[in-house]
Design a protein around this ligand. Structure first.
Ligand code: UT7
Length: 332
């Protein structure tokens, strides 16, 4: 049987910074409020002519280079995004694969909001373990600034742009394998976090610009409570099912939505500060890109070593959630 190994990571962060002070000139908020309630100090914003696929390509180039693979060996590209280049086609994954010059590969997007990276990890794992694919490029890429309402202080303070990518590759060595991935969803909470307009469910006869926009809307406080409850339950379950103690986790890499959510889950697992990866202060919430961007941060800081165990944990619109136990297994 083939196993799936997490071989490499890459990320891209656009250069333009939107600080809390900048936002305080746009909506009724303050650096103090945003810092205290979220832990976010700044987020990065893509240029007008920089698309989600462009950021995904830059992250992917790094991940491919670090994997040591030739591009011709890649047989599938999956992109997690809620801010694709185009609603609804072509998929951002097909654009990324073409810009990378990959030729004839299977390519598609998935929509699982902030849980997207955990979902595409599970897809890559399943395709590899079934023997259908060998080298799967997974990309979480978001230009959330394109679907953010910068007059809504409840959401615009949270979101940023960026991309992260990883190569997931077949291996015979079980010690290198992704141990487990959990994914879940519950549509009864759909209205907590959604883009109500712009799809087949919205008012097509309306000429109102707002009705045709794809801006995110969120019931923040209710989302917060469900997030803490669901994330805590999910990570406890994946650890118990795999007989792994939280002390064995070298890097807890949660979705970077809010420092207070991360702290609550970390405390429930009795994690030490040095086990918890935090990037929320500098990138904000980049949805499907947030986990691979965080993994890339520890990789580039020299903190992520071969064989070290990561626990990934995410929660987002849908509602969706997921967790994964992933040893870092670069090519030897
Ligand atoms: O990534 C996917 C999942 N997303 C999340 O997990 C996000 C979860 N939610 C959150 O992170 C938090 O709920 C927020 C950061 C969005 C909001 O923090 P909160 O502590 O839940 O605040 P709240 O919504 O309960 O609002 C408290 C007060 C309200 O004023 P009143 O009614 O008490 O007078 C809000 O109007 O804070 C006000 N408020 C703000 N004040 C200054 C809301 N947003 C702001 C703001 N600046 N940006």
């Amino acid at each position: 049987m083939a196993y799936a190994a997490f071989r490499s990571i890459g990320a891209y962060v656009p250069s333009k910074i939107l600080s809390n002070e900048d936002l305080a000139t746009m909506v009724d908020t303050s650096d103090e409020w945003i810092t205290k309630r979220t832990g976010i100090k700044e987020r990065h914003i893509a240029a007008d002519d920089e698309f989600t696929s462009d950021m995904g390509v830059k992250a992917a180039e790094l991940a491919i280079q670090r994997s040591g693979l030739d591009k011709s060996e890649i047989d599938m590209v999956v992109c997690a995004t809620i801010s694709p280049d185009y609603f609804c086609m072509p998929s951002t994954a097909t654009i990324i694969s073409t810009k990378l010059g990959l030729g004839n590969v299977t390519a598609f997007d998935i929509s699982a909001a902030c849980t997207g990276f955990v979902y595409i990890l599970s897809i890559a794992k399943a395709f590899i373990e079934s023997g259908m694919k060998k080298n799967v490029l997974i990309v979480g890429a978001e230009k959330l600034s394109s679907i953010t309402d910068y007059t809504d202080r409840g959401t615009c303070i949270l979101f940023g742009d960026g991309a992260g990518a990883a190569m997931i590759c077949a291996t015979d060595n079980k010690d290198e394998a992704i141990i487990d991935v959990h994914t879940g969803a519950d549509g009864t909470f759909a209205d907590l976090l959604m883009t109500p307009n712009g799809g087949s469910g919205s008012a097509h006869d309306s000429l109102d610009q707002e009705a045709n926009s794809c801006f995110m809307q969120m019931k923040g406080n209710e989302t917060f409570k469900v997030a803490v409850r669901t994330l805590t339950k999910d990570v406890i379950e994946i650890l118990q099912e795999n007989n792994i103690e939280s002390s064995a986790i070298k890097h807890f890499v949660p979705h970077q939505a809010n420092y207070r959510i991360i702290k609550a889950v970390g405390d429930a697992l009795k994690l030490k500060d040095e086990q918890v990866v935090l990037t929320v202060a500098k990138y904000g919430n980049t949805s499907g890109a947030s986990i691979p961007m965080a993994i890339n941060d520890i990789y580039e800081q020299g903190k992520l070593k071969s064989g070290e165990l990561m626990l990934l944990d995410a929660f987002g619109g849908g509602l969706t959630w997921g967790s994964a136990l992933v040893p870092f297994s670069p090519s030897k």
